[in-house]
Design a protein around this ligand. Structure first.
Ligand code: IMP
Length: 430
């Protein structure tokens, strides 16, 4: 029996929510292993809509264990608020069904402020972040001065840790001409929120190992997308965590063998929020139309997403960097009715044809996509539940994508409704 990791194969917002929900129904344990409350997953279950940023998707279903792994950066206020919101919606959350890694790094108000300041344009490069403090919190983790969840359980030594953290942050703040933070303010912030989050704390590595040995099915729920990975993405226009599938192991405390089947989620076209290169971006009415039909606005920030054609070169690259076994292709129905559809199949860089996305920022900005043009389809794919329901041209489009990216389409999603799905392979069946 395989465990499954789900990762975005583009720049995030690939429609992971629906797929993860379907998989979480079959899982015993659902684990978040990177990112924080910068993610935005919408789950529609019956007549209820749940919006999750930090909690694993399994939390809305009974008898599932949800786990926030050590690879996540945890804003304790965001966790408390999300738990409260879901409780109001009738979801029961307790230590019975939610555990948070004791060694998860905390996001504090200093991180949120610093993120917003850097994004204000007055300091450094604008990345177009979600301003949740994600980047600054990961910086402190790597800088070995972060406050971690377990530190809230030992208030006697918390002051020393805060002092060490502020030695760094107050120097930065002086540089920006800002008032310094007092240790008391941070201490008060943390000690007041501690009782709301400590009940969920656990040694997650051990818990997950026990679950795995007991034969439980584990679903690792990735956030963002592989092209936002801090190593493999469009650096520096990336998030500050590893978003590729390998992080499922490191970010939860299991060995790589525990990860199992890697399902990449890709949209039948491409979108991106924030700054950074996007070779197949459309600046015309076709791009506008894709955005309108696809409702391409961010769940977390409400920002309008940039839209463009499917870029097979990029997805082929993420298939390799994440070891993707199969793809869930989403939102095919948004392309219904287009006379012509294009797929990016390679790039021209300084007059040369290349079949990969170069790593340098300069080259990423200069590549020009090479397109293959497809006749669109006049019938509808919306709501299709079998291959036989799809127009022949749409099947051809999907088959060509498989060929170009070097991975099979395991799942095809044809509307936000959970039953509007064509299943070629159940990832849990290996
Ligand atoms: P950060 O993760 O807030 O630091 O933002 C860094 C980059 O990742 C920005 O371009 C964001 O728009 C992008 N990003 C972060 N989270 C998501 C997500 O869940 N979906 C899509 N893009 C995201």
């Amino acid at each position: 029996m395989a465990n499954v990791v789900v990762v975005g194969a583009q720049w995030g917002d690939e429609g992971k929510g629906k797929i993860v929900d379907w998989l979480s129904e079959q899982a015993d344990v659902v684990v978040r292993f990177q990112g924080g409350h910068n993610a935005g997953h919408t789950l529609v279950i019956g007549d209820k809509v749940y919006k999750l940023s930090l909690l694993p998707s399994g939390v809305v279903r009974p008898n599932k264990l949800s786990v926030i792994g050590n690879g996540v950066v945890l804003d304790p206020h965001a966790l408390a608020a999300e738990v409260e919101r879901l409780t109001e919606q009738g979801v029961a959350i307790s230590r019975e069904n939610l555990r948070v890694a004791e060694n998860a790094t905390l996001i504090l108000s200093i991180h949120r402020e610093l993120d917003a300041l850097r994004e204000s344009g007055s300091a450094g490069t604008k990345i177009g972040t979600t301003k949740r403090g994600i980047g600054p919190a990961y910086e402190d983790k790597a800088g070995r001065r972060a406050i971690r969840l377990m530190d809230l359980a030992d208030l006697s030594s918390l002051r020393d840790k805060i002092d060490r953290l502020l030695t760094h942050h107050n120097a930065l703040r002086r540089g920006f001409g800002l008032d310094e933070f007092t240790p008391e303010a941070i201490y008060d912030e943390l000690s007041s929120v501690a009782p709301k989050v400590l009940p969920y704390m656990d040694a997650v590595w051990r818990l997950l190992d026990d679950e795995r040995r007991a034969g439980k099915r584990i679903l690792f729920e990735g956030a963002q997308g592989a092209l936002l990975d801090v190593d493999h993405g469009t650096y520096p226009f990336v998030t500050s965590s590893n978003t590729v599938a390998g992080q499922a192991a490191t970010g939860s405390g299991l060995g790589p063998g525990a990860v199992g089947y890697v399902l990449g989620i890709a949209k039948a076209y491409t979108t991106r929020v924030g700054e950074g290169p996007f070779p197949t971006e459309l600046f015309d009415e076709t791009g506008e139309l894709i955005g309108q039909k696809g409702k391409e606005f961010g769940v977390v920030t409400g920002r309008k997403r940039r839209c463009g054609w499917f870029d097979a070169t990029l997805v082929r690259q993420t298939v390799r960097t994440s070891g993707i076994d199969g793809i869930a292709l989403t939102k095919l129905d948004i392309l219904d009715g287009f006379e012509t559809i294009k797929i990016g199949v390679g790039y021209k860089l300084d007059g040369e044809v290349i079949d990969y996305f170069p790593a340098s920022q300069g080259a990423q900005g200069r590549v020009e996509p090479i397109y293959e043009e497809f006749e669109g389809w006049s019938g509808s794919t919306a709501g299709a539940r079998s291959w036989a329901d799809l127009p022949a041209q749409a099947v051809k489009y999907v088959r060509r994508i498989e060929e170009l990216i070097g991975a099979p389409v395991a799942v095809l999603s044809t509307s936000p409704e959970r039953d509007d799905t064509i299943l070629m392979k159940n990832p849990f069946e290996g």
